[in-house]
Design a protein around this ligand. Structure first.
Ligand code: ATP
Ligand code: MG
Length: 310
């Protein structure tokens, strides 16, 4: 099972759209895919479920908030496998034996984050607690009920809080959607540095707190930067976008050869409801669907065998 976090500090760069479509296309190719929504905005959840449905069927029992609540010891934590739901409309569009499941988010997940960060004192105790929380999702994903999944894709919020950090620590790879603009280019370098610092700190802590959890080294790789919302002119990215794409390549970070073009009308409509663009009927924006399929193929090629870098 691969675990991949879809991450970028910057908001609105297409993380959630990429997570939904990549997951859907991989499921359509026969993989068993679990999506985890770690963003309290819950956009990924609401791209598969109507808000009323979420409120009636998921809010109280089946969201990742319940699991993070369990880390504080307030309520017994459910196993992650108990929180999995199967979005109907998307799965009805899959051919073959693939499957697209979801662990939904909760609008109050943000409170958990603050509480987790607040609930600990300074010093060694604080460091130990932070280590435990950072490693929690990694441990939770070892639930045997999740063994059948080929891939877990985690949609991260646009920040670097402790919930996001737990996703990075749990990941074999990170996928970084980005827009080709000035701030996104700056942000990627910064993100890269912060991920490296977090991973080094976690690995050092895992020797220091070997009593809390058996020591094992984590080493998430970068599956690549995938550019989104690119404007085209005569089938090529406009010069301004191309310039920023080249700058990111020059940083030495792997960049996907295929970029996703901008198509506001297509991505703004959730019709048919709960069905990602890549699964919609053949006449819908064939060029966009082809880009999403090519990105999926590149994504698969960029995943190194798990453990290869250890
Ligand atoms: N290729 C695209 N062309 C046009 N609009 C897009 C494209 N991809 C995504 N969008 C739209 O841009 C907005 C932001 O996308 P999305 O929610 O995927 O970004 P995000 O990075 O997850 O945002 P956040 O940081 O808030 O979680 C959404 O309204 C989405 O429908
Ligand atoms: Mg999002």
């Amino acid at each position: 099972m691969y675990v991949v976090s879809v991450i970028n500090y910057k908001g609105g760069v297409g993380k959630t759209t990429m997570t939904a479509n990549l997951g859907a296309e991989l499921a359509n190719r026969g993989m068993k895919v679990l999506l985890i929504d770690l963003d309290p905005q819950a956009s990924l959840t609401f791209s598969f479920y109507e808000p009323d449905d979420w409120r009636d069927r998921l809010r109280d029992g089946r969201t990742v908030k319940r699991w993070y609540d369990g880390l504080r010891g307030d309520d017994p934590a459910p196993a992650l496998g108990e929180l999995v739901v199967t979005p109907g409309p998307a799965n009805a569009h899959l051919k073959g034996t693939g499957r697209l499941d979801l662990i939904a988010s909760h609008l109050q997940l943000v409170d958990i984050d603050l509480a987790l960060a607040r609930g600990v004192a300074d010093g060694d105790e604080y460091d130990a607690e932070l280590f435990r929380v950072r490693g929690s999702l990694d441990q939770g994903l070892h639930d045997p009920a999740l063994d059948p999944y080929d891939l877990v894709l985690i949609d991260c919020p646009p920040n670097f809080n402790v919930v996001t950090q737990s996703a990075i620590i749990a990941s074999d790879h990170l996928l970084i959607p980005a827009r080709a603009d000035y701030l996104s280019t700056l942000g990627i370098d910064y993100l890269h540095g912060n991920v490296r610092e977090l991973v080094d700190r976690y690995n050092a802590d895992s020797r220091r707190f070997a009593k809390i959890r058996r020591h094992h080294k984590v080493a998430p790789g970068i599956a690549g930067v995938v550019f989104t919302m690119i404007q085209l002119m005569a089938q090529r990215p406009i010069a301004a976008h191309q310039g920023y794409m080249d700058q990111v390549r020059a940083l030495g970070v792997p960049v996907f050869a295929t970029a996703l073009r901008e198509n506001v009308t297509l991505f703004a409509t959730n019709t048919p409801r709960g069905v990602p663009v890549v699964l919609r009927d053949r006449v819908t924006a064939p060029a966009v669907r082809e880009e999403l399929r090519q990105i999926t193929t590149e994504f698969l090629a960029n995943l190194q065998p798990v453990g290869a870098s250890a």
